[in-house]
Design a protein around this ligand. Structure first.
Ligand SMILES: Cc1cc2nc3c(=O)[nH]c(=O)nc-3n(C[C@H](O)[C@H](O)[C@H](O)COP(=O)(O)OP(=O)(O)OC[C@H]3O[C@@H](n4cnc5c(N)ncnc54)[C@H](O)[C@@H]3O)c2cc1C
Length: 385
């Protein structure tokens, strides 16, 4: 991936620039086959995710998740997504799955869980969604009953990334009926008695995903993150940070689609000239490049604001995620179009990117939810004058 023009932008420090260049060098030295998660001889997505987490962790590349350095996480996700969806996914989940503990965990919880997540020895997951509670978090039905000796958890989670391979789940469950303070967050070990992995869910691009059943799972009070009733706030503050990095992953996919399309139109002979010579084709390239830059500006702005000390970046992160994921969908679609019949052929990079990028407009808050969040935040801002 070409980093020069991106890193010249004023959002980044020299430390970010050096790190991104070193990471790029490391990625370039890996065999390109490592990133082809769908090759016939490739290990299962689950095995690939474990391997990526271990490798990224042991080389210190998960450190930005430890420091919650949002710009460094954004750059790393962009660089990984440029090459392969599962490599990015492994990085993202170690960050999202550990985020609530990093932000709100007690010293003891941080000491016990975080080093293993960041070394890649232990796999993390974030279990919020349920079959009837995706966008509508208030419908969450998994319950954690407060007892003198801890909590008893019952319920079912759906669409959980890393279900079945995670060692530890950050779980959100209902502890009361209060509309604003009804949820609490817990750390649940995968080996806990009564916790079972249900069905595995196959999606249009490789992604370890499944359901989880909690049947009388007991956890001590010390497994709760923050105070009882803080769950919604913890989930949203964690998503604030990671939504901006979903935008960054979208950017990586889009940049790759653009590069593939650019090199294709410069080579493909048509009507006795090159595809790039057609004005409508130039127009498509111009649209793709401009949308990529617009997305990058929104992603880096959100990341910069958080790193600069903003308590919340709800609006900025929602704008970054919404715009970047939608723009990446359009960019990948145009790349497929420019490849003609090859564009829809299995094994072509643009065909894979077209599938890889789709789920980003749905998870961590669908595009429409981001629009609602943006408008709600704007409407709360004081009137001028
Ligand atoms: C690949 C993948 C990985 C995931 N990983 C995780 C994970 O690790 N942990 C986790 O907890 N969850 C995860 N999810 C779940 C994901 O967050 C939910 O799928 C998402 O929040 C949408 O919820 P839903 O599927 O129930 O759709 P619904 O909530 O039923 O929404 C359906 C559609 O309705 C529209 N919509 C929703 N709300 C509004 C609104 N207010 N206004 C207008 N339109 C609206 C949107 O278009 C939305 O896509 C994952 C999902 C996918 C696909």
């Amino acid at each position: 991936m070409r980093l020069d023009s991106t890193l010249a932008w004023p959002f980044f420090t020299d430390e970010h620039r050096v790190r991104a260049e070193r990471f790029e060098g490391w990625l370039e030295r890996l065999l390109p086959e490592r990133f082809d998660s769908e090759a016939a001889q490739a290990p299962s997505p689950e095995e690939q995710v474990r391997a990526w987490a271990r490798e990224l962790g042991s080389e210190g590349w998960l450190d930005p998740c430890k420091r919650l350095d949002v710009r460094a996480m954004a750059l790393a996700r962009e660089q990984l997504a440029y090459r392969g969806g599962l490599a990015d996914f492994a990085f993202a989940m170690q960050g999202l799955g550990s985020g609530a503990i990093s932000l709100f965990g007690s010293a003891e919880q941080r000491e016990r869980y975080l080093p293993e997540f960041f070394s890649g020895a232990s796999i993390a997951a974030f279990a919020l969604s349920e079959e009837h509670a995706g966008s509508d978090v208030s419908a969450l039905a998994t319950r954690a009953l407060h007892r003198d000796d801890g909590y008893v958890i019952d319920g079912e989670k759906c669409w959980i990334s890393n279900a079945g391979i995670a060692d530890t789940y950050v779980l959100f469950a209902r502890t009361s009926e209060s509309p604003s303070k009804g949820l609490s967050a817990f750390i649940v070990d995968a080996a806990a008695e009564g916790l079972a992995v249900g069905r595995s869910i196959r999606t249009m691009s490789p992604h370890p995903l499944g359901t989880l059943r909690f049947n009388g799972v007991r956890v001590p009070h010390s497994a709760r993150i923050g105070e009882e009733g803080d769950g919604f706030r913890i989930a949203m503050a964690t998503l604030d940070i990671f939504r901006a990095t979903v935008g960054a992953a979208a950017l990586g996919f889009a940049r790759r689609a653009f590069d593939e399309a650019r090199s294709h139109v410069l080579q493909r002979e048509i009507y006795g000239a090159k595809l790039a010579d057609l004005q409508l084709v130039s127009g498509m390239l111009a649209e793709m490049a401009t949308e990529i830059d617009a997305a990058a500006l929104l992603v880096y702005r959100a990341a910069f604001a958080k790193d600069a000390g903003a308590a919340r970046i709800t609006k900025e992160a929602a704008m970054a995620k919404w715009y970047a994921t939608e723009a990446a969908g359009r960019v990948c679609d145009r790349a497929v179009q420019l490849f003609g019949g090859r564009g829809v052929t299995h094994g072509e990079i643009v065909e894979r990117l077209y599938r890889d990028v789709r789920a980003l407009r749905i998870y961590e808050g669908a595009s429409e939810v981001q629009q609602v969040v943006i408008a709600r935040t704007l409407l709360k801002e004081p009137l001028l004058g």
